[in-house]
Design a protein around this ligand. Structure first.
Ligand code: NAP
Length: 283
């Protein structure tokens, strides 16, 4: 028997809890609403969809969102100016710069301009460093969402051999650190890993974060493993080939409906957390 790690259902459950939490917080704070600001640079349709989904999720739980749209020709300075304004705006509690930005924009410089108190997507070097050290910080939303999904199903990763495939700063790398902080023994694989199949065969927990459809073959995965597919491609295809995994693995995320909904619900929860921190220091 395999557990289906149903991120859609878990995120819906968390949303109901978040709605109650937001209502109580607003009642205590004279109706003030937590606000997530999103910056969208350029006209990539997938990024526009993700931004719109994040705004809808905010509204579903009673929070607000604002979107700053910048053209594809916006410069690094234009993005930095938008971030400066949002940092200074006390009505804004969380800032998300939608990744990826156009290649001519210095994404790292822009991420690092976000105020640490509003870094609800864990993208700043400071926030990443705190998370890596196990200090309080908002983690990158996708790996933090995966940790919340595992926690919901009471899956303890302590002592498990975990393999993360992909080492991007927003996904694979923070995922490896979060699993290590939870006492898994982690191998972080990437495009120069010499024998990926052998690494995956040894894994008791696999996270696919490669960005290539069906790249990780299901027959590389051992019976009884926990399988987390963070990939998402057109047509609802993940990074891990799903054939035969349900039934012989301990737990499997569906694609879609696994990791994606958890990312959004984590972002909302972290924005609420940022608002709570601000309001608790004012009172
Ligand atoms: P990315 O920045 O393109 O990083 C891909 C990683 O995969 C890199 O570290 C790369 O290694 C590694 N890689 C590439 N080819 C490989 C190979 N042949 N063998 C082993 N590793 C290889 O991608 P990303 O932004 O992390 O996204 C990864 C996936 O997650 C995508 O499908 C994306 O759509 C999905 N995603 C989902 C969510 C969500 O909310 N569900 C959020 C973010 C991303 P090198 O470092 O050596 O180049």
């Amino acid at each position: 028997m395999s557990i289906l790690l149903d991120g859609k259902a878990v995120a819906a459950l968390h949303e109901r809890e978040l709605s109650e939490h937001v209502a109580a917080l607003k009642a205590r704070n004279g109706g003030q609403t937590p606000i997530l600001a999103t910056i969208l640079v350029g006209d990539d349709p997938s990024s526009a969809t993700y931004v719109s989904m994040k705004g809808s999720a905010c509204r579903r739980v009673g929070m607000d969102s604002i979107v700053i749209k910048l053209s594809a020709s916006a410069t690094t300075d234009d993005v930095l100016s938008a971030i400066n304004r949002l940092n200074a705006n006390q009505a804004v509690h969380g800032i998300l710069l939608q990744h990826p930005v156009p290649a001519h924009v210095d994404e790292r410089l822009c991420f690092d301009r976000i105020s640490i108190s509003k870094d609800v997507d864990g993208v700043t070097s400071h926030g990443f460093g705190l998370m890596a050290l196990g200090e309080p910080a908002f983690g990158s939303a996708t790996p933090a969402g995966i940790m919340r999904l595992l926690a919901h199903y009471k899956i303890d990763v302590s002592g498990k051999r975990a393999v993360v495939v992909g080492r991007s700063p927003i996904l694979g790398k923070p995922m490896a650190l979060m699993l290590s902080n939870a006492n898994a023994t982690v191998t972080l694989c990437h495009s120069k890993t010499s024998n990926l199949e052998a690494e995956i065969r040894r894994a008791q927990l696999i996270v696919g974060a490669v960005g290539k459809p069906n790249f990780i073959r299901s027959d590389w995965i051992s019976d009884g493993a926990i399988v987390i597919d963070a990939g998402y491609h057109t047509g609802g295809i993940g990074d891990i080939h799903p054939d035969g995994l349900m039934g012989r693995c301990a737990a499997v995320t569906p694609v879609p409906g696994g990791v994606g909904p958890m990312t959004i619900s984590t972002l909302i929860a972290q924005t609420l957390g940022a608002a709570e921190r601000v309001w608790s220091t004012i009172q």
